[in-house]
Design a binder for this molecule. Structure first.
Ligand code: GDP
Ligand code: MG
Length: 282
């Protein structure tokens, strides 16, 4: 039977573990990632057509190297290449939670979005046009209530279908971060692309983006005092200086602004419909 590896990712407290437990029940195993204290939770489900391995990734706000959890999640995705990532978002905090989704798209990871906490959203009178959201994000969107297991079957079905359908080659989404950053990325991408040793694990343009975001783990990729690291550092320094002079913010802040800009341009298209909140029953 073919195997499908599904990783559950999302911000802390979005309901990953609750959903993981609802799906796997007792068939789970808890360990640690080698050398660190971050928990590694795996579970299995046996379906008619496929054997599913489910991994509950640590909660993260981004895919930078700011924390051990973020690095674990990122390295897992890159090294173990799950067939599909289920990104669990809190439907009542869509704008903030989509920030991570955008970063999955930037890396090219195939994603299914789970709008979790739909019970809370409904209580608040929030309705989400998930068909339109799905079209605009170009990924399937499923509503769930992890607490009572609602939507979990549809979610797994959609994830498996998407995993089988997606090409194994990741297709990173090319976002514009404004002219200055885009030009720097173009230049850096070309340099990186020529170095096979750098693109073994990551897409070239994504490496360039991480250089501009001052990602310490990625910056060591180019080696120390090498010609390539010198050229890349030079471009980063020039771009940073220019951004600080003209906009008074560093490149990583500009990049974050553009990500939120993209999220807002999507949400502005009547994705969230505010109705009258449900009456609390006394
Ligand atoms: P994680 O940090 O992403 O693993 O989140 P958890 O699974 O630990 O859930 C965080 C909190 O949200 C817990 O108190 C859960 O009971 C609660 N929770 C999870 N899913 C839902 C949901 O769909 N609806 C509601 N109302 N609460 C939920
Ligand atoms: Mg958890």
């Amino acid at each position: 039977k073919p195997k499908t590896i599904i990783a559950l990712a999302g911000n802390p407290n979005s309901g990953k573990t609750t959903l993981f437990n609802a799906i796997t029940g007792a068939r789970q195993h808890v360990g640690n990632y080698p050398g660190i204290t971050v928990e590694r939770k795996e579970g299995t489900i046996n379906l008619k057509n496929t054997h599913v391995k489910l991994i509950d990734l640590p909660g993260t706000y981004s895919l930078s190297a700011y924390s051990q959890e973020e690095l674990v999640a990122r390295n897992f995705l890159i090294d173990e290449k799950p067939d599909i990532v289920v990104d669990i978002v809190d439907a009542t905090m869509l704008e903030r939670h989509l920030y991570l989704a955008i970063q999955f798209f930037e890396l090219g990871i195939p994603v299914v979005l789970a709008l979790n906490m739909m019970d809370d959203a409904k209580k608040q009178g929030l309705r989400i046009n998930r068909k339109k959201l799905s079209e605009l994000l170009n990924c399937p969107v499923v509503e769930t209530v992890a607490r009572n297991g609602q939507g979990k079957k549809e979610l797994i079905d959609v994830a498996i279908k998407q995993a089988q359908l997606k090409n194994k080659i990741w297709a990173p989404l090319d976002i514009s971060y404004g002219t200055d950053i885009d030009l720097a990325l173009d230049e850096m991408e070309e340099i990186i692309q020529a170095e096979d040793f750098m693109t073994v694990r990551y897409p070239a343009r994504w490496i360039a983006l991480k250089y501009l975001e001052n990602d310490q783990e990625i910056i060591t990729l180019g080696g120390q005092f090498t010609d390539i690291s010198k050229r890349l550092t030079e471009i980063v320094e020039q771009t940073k200086e220019h951004c600080l002079k003209t906009l008074n913010i560093p490149p990583e802040a500009i990049i974050a602004d553009y990500r939120y800009g993209l999220i807002n341009s999507i949400l502005k298209q009547n994705i969230i419909i505010q109705e009258k909140p449900q009456q609390e029953r006394i």
